[in-house]
Structures are given as C-alpha cells and as structure tokens.
Design a binder for this molecule. Structure first.
Ligand code: URA
Length: 201
C-alpha cells in the first residue's frame, strides 16, 4: 500500500504539463515503482520507450541489467523504490535538457521529502548531477557521498548507467565494476540497517 502522500504525488504529476516538448510525444508519465516505504531510492535518467509504454521505470533492456545487479547482491526491485530524473520520455531517448531537469526538480524534491531515503543510488550522469551537482560519473562511481538533503544526511552512491554497459557491447569489465559497486551499495545498506535507521525495505 503506497503512503498517502506518495500516491498523492503520483496523482498530481500524472497530468504535469511543465515540459511542452515532452508533452507532445508523451505516452504516459512514469512516476516510479517499488516499495513506497523503502529507505533506498534508485534514481535513473528518464523513461525509455518500453518504460513509457508500460508506465514502469527500468523495465526494458537497461532495467534487466539493473534487476540482475540488484539480485546479485540479494536485493529485489520490490524492496527499493525506483524513479527517474525526468518522469517523461525525451523523444528518441535524447539527453534531458537542463530546463526539463529543473521542471522536474520540485517533484523529485517532494518524493525525497516524503520517502526520507537513507540511501540514494544515482544511476548515470544526469541523476548524479541532479543530486550531487557534480559531473563525471566515471570518477564519481562507487564512492559514497554523505549529503544533506532536506535537512537530513543521505548516503548518495553514483553508479554507471546500465545503458553505458549495453552501448559498450556488454563489456564484461564494465559489468564486473558495476557488480562491485552494487556490493558496496549492499554494504552501505547493511550498515544503515545495523544503525536501525532503515525502517522498512
Ligand atoms: N533508463 C533510465 O534512466 N530510466 C529508465 O527508467 C529506463 C532506462
């Protein structure tokens, strides 16, 4: 059962009209999926075509890789919450525009305020820049950034976007590195659980 305010946000942003260009080709808003009481938030870039059709984030090729990485460290999609920097698909999967990221800022801030995650995993450059204000995923990945968000400390962990691995012909070295980063994420989560700061997963 989704917490009242998260379902209110889902309802509110279902009909968002802030980005006129995204609106032109929009199939539907992809608000997010998972456990609405989760203390771990995964943040991607923007929905692709499969996601826009199904209304579910990371349900296409990148999503398969993400699910595999999660299960490799004993996590399931159902115990975390997954959303994106943009809720609407940019046509032909182009990069999000700065203005679109800004238009979607209030929504993500509100999701974070409601969920109060202890850990945010930023997937790829756009999500990482949105949360940390830093660029350069290759040097930022696999590190933990304790960050104050809405007055609370959140452990932010940037990871390589699965699309990067796919564009690189499923390079096994990239996958091995991503797996190590997910092992580190699992350790960060375990440490938080031990502090009893994570209510529900
Ligand atoms: N890539 C993303 O960044 N998000 C999705 O939901 C799917 C692919």
């Amino acid at each position: 059962m989704e917490t009242k305010s998260l379902s209110e946000l889902r309802e509110k942003y279902k009909s968002c009209t802030r980005c006129s260009e995204l609106l032109n080709s929009r199939i539907q808003v992809v608000f997010g999926e998972g456990n609405s009481n989760a203390k771990v938030l995964f943040l991607g870039e923007a929905p692709g075509l499969s996601e826009a059709k199904q209304g579910v984030p990371f349900c296409g090729a990148s999503g398969k890789v993400l699910t595999e990485l999660l299960s490799s460290v004993g996590l399931s999609r159902e115990e975390v919450f997954i959303t994106n920097t943009l809720l609407c698909r940019p046509e032909n999967n182009r990069n999000p525009e700065k203005e679109e990221v800004e238009n979607c800022r209030e929504r993500l801030d509100k999701v974070i305020e409601v969920m109060q995650p202890a850990v945010i995993v930023t997937i790829g450059n756009f999500a990482t820049e949105r949360i940390l204000g830093k660029k350069g995923i290759t040097s930022l990945r696999g590190k933990v950034f304790p960050t104050f968000i809405a007055g609370r400390e959140v452990k932010v962990v940037p990871v390589i976007h699965p699309a990067n691995y796919l564009y690189n012909g499923r390079n096994p070295e990239i996958f091995a590195q991503m797996k190590r980063d997910f092992e580190m994420i699992a350790d960060v989560i375990d440490a938080k659980k031990k502090q009893k700061s994570l209510g529900e997963f």
